[in-house]
Design a protein around this ligand. Structure first.
Ligand code: NAP
Length: 502
């Protein structure tokens, strides 16, 4: 089944280019894709701005219909998406199918969400013409869409964080046209999803500039998008290095714009003394499974377990070690990510006082699990051990006592998640940790593992830098729509001129 054109989708047309790049699938045939240019970006963004004139004022019912139609069109292409998605990413079929379920589920969730109208946060302070000493005007506030939004597809979720992923769904729900910079790790998957969005935009009579996809395997297209004066915000999931470069670029524009980057996180787990003694085997095997799921290529992968030294720590080490030793190597999303994994592992291994207890060689585009152990003193002294290694690698940090565990909590950078493993006898230690960890992470968990992010109203997938570049926001769940809205107050504006919802 080959449904690919290798072209960009710009304002409803499939557009080729002179330069091309070849995809590098984990298995199956490679395909050629056009490399976008600054002119392609300009055409897509100008069409998005044209589309905003109507799409930005469309009814919530019409946008909900578009989101539901996109979900249906994606499902209609399900087999083709799974086939090419597995080839390009090396992920198993069940993962692609499950991720498609999540992707269409979040499109439909946003359709339901905007229909309620709650996200508008409507406020009305009626006029008080007789108020003394000054009358009050009529004041109405609602949230309005920003305008064209740029979205960067993420390598590690070829569907749920890519072309029709959470950022795109939230922006379209808000009323913002979207221009996606496709990720070169899965350009074919991205193109088929773009075909689904194109069909939905046309079938629902929305303007063709509502959605465009520009493909590329270099940084120029992304930089041109972030710099384009008509782009009003950027949604990004990826590395700290790229995210920081794009964040700086957005801040340095003549007119700075918000950059919503979801970047790195080591997602520390604090295994409290009673839980460690009573449940080391359960926690160790659960951790090994969470750490190696999807070859560890999840932003919520729990890379660090902090435990107070003693028999509980020893038992946690033994059970995690044996579970990881039974886990085979897995294919990684790209050669570049596999190389970065090897470099990160080497950096951990070179740390002072670090011992490696699990570690096997693996094939070039693969990753085998690694496990390291270090004392609390050595971990606190070495910033390199605080950094994320994207892949199936964990460090056990053996704290001297509960006070040093607290020092370690204070020393961790901003995180997407922090986890407590605790039993009833740990409540006093937990009471001291929670106020520290709450300032570090977007999501706190007890007695669970952070991989598996529920898409729902109360989810927060964000956190203080470097977990994200905007700790007031989330990139998963219905609250993520707020990134692409801004409050507007209408003072004494005649009803005929107000947006429908105000
Ligand atoms: P990446 O290097 O951050 O790239 C993400 C996207 O940004 C790509 O489309 C890339 O374009 C573009 N880009 C990179 N640098 C740019 C720049 N200076 N200006 C404009 N655009 C730029 O991420 P990746 O290739 O997906 O994976 C590499 C590493 O990112 C991983 O090893 C991992 O550490 C991290 N990562 C983290 C998460 C997370 O959930 N936080 C998710 C995925 C990856 P091109 O590729 O076309 O050059």
């Amino acid at each position: 089944m080959n449904m690919l054109t290798g072209k960009h989708l710009i304002a409803g047309e499939w557009v080729g280019g002179v330069a091309t790049f070849s995809s590098d699938p984990a298995h199956g045939p490679s395909h050629e894709f056009a490399v976008g240019t600054a002119a392609d970006v300009d055409a897509a963004v100008k069409a998005a701005e044209d589309a905003f004139a109507t799409f930005g004022w469309s009814s919530r019912a019409d946008r909900a219909a578009l989101l539901r139609r996109i979900a249906d069109e994606i499902d209609a292409r399900g087999d083709a998406i799974t086939e090419i998605g597995c080839q390009e990413t090396g992920l198993p079929e069940a993962r692609l199918q499950g991720e498609r379920g999540r992707t269409v589920g979040q499109l439909r969730l946003f359709a339901d969400h905007i229909e309620t109208g709650e996200y508008l946060d409507q406020r009305h302070d009626p006029a008080m013409p007789d108020r003394a000493p000054l009358p009050r005007p009529d004041l109405r506030m609602i949230q309005r869409p920003l305008g064209p939004v740029a979205v960067f597809g993420a390598s590690n979720f070829p569907l749920a964080f890519s072309v029709a992923g959470g950022d795109t769904a939230a922006a379209l729900a808000a009323g913002c046209p979207v221009v996606v910079k496709g990720h070169p790790a899965h350009p074919g998957t991205g193109e088929i999803v773009a075909q689904a969005i194109d069909a939905a935009v046309k079938a629902t009579g929305n303007p063709v500039g509502t959605f465009s996809l520009v493909q590329s395997d270099g940084i120029e297209v992304g930089a041109a998008l972030a710099r384009h004066p008509l782009i009003r915000a950027v949604g990004f999931t990826g590395s700290l290095r790229a995210g920081r470069a794009l964040f700086d670029l957005c801040a340095q524009r003549d007119e700075p714009i918000p950059f919503f980057g979801e970047l790195g996180s080591v997602n520390p787990m604090f295994v409290l003394p009673n839980a460690a003694v009573a449940r080391a085997a359960e926690i160790g095997t659960g951790w090994a499974a969470s750490l190696t799921m999807g070859a560890g290529q999840f932003c919520t992968n729990p890379g660090i377990a902090v435990v107070v030294d003693g028999p509980g720590a020893e038992a946690l080490l033994t059970t995690t070690q044996s579970a990881l030793e039974e886990t085979a190597e897995q294919t990684m999303l790209t050669r570049g990510i596999a190389d970065a994994y090897r470099n990160g592992v080497a950096q951990y291994a070179a740390g002072s006082g670090v011992s490696q207890v699990v570690g096997e060689d693996s094939a070039p585009r693969c990753a085998a699990p690694n496990l390291f152990v270090v004392s609390g003193d050595d971990w606190l002294a070495d910033d390199n051990l605080h950094k994320e290694v994207f892949g199936p690698t964990g460090i056990i940090v053996r704290a001297r006592d509960a006070n040093q565990m607290l020092d370690i909590a204070r020393a961790v950078e901003g995180q997407l998640t922090c986890t407590l493993h605790m039993d009833a006898g740990d409540i006093e230690t937990a009471r001291k940790l929670v106020p520290v960890l709450e300032r570090k992470a977007g999501r706190l968990l007890a007695n669970g593992f952070p991989t598996g992010v529920e898409v729902c109203d109360s989810m927060v997938h964000g956190g203080p830098y470097p977990a994200s570049t905007n700790f007031g926001a989330t990139s998963v769940g219905t609250l993520s729509i707020r990134r692409f809205l801004r409050p507007v107050c209408y003072q004494n504006i005649p009803a005929d001129l107000l947006p429908e919802e105000a």
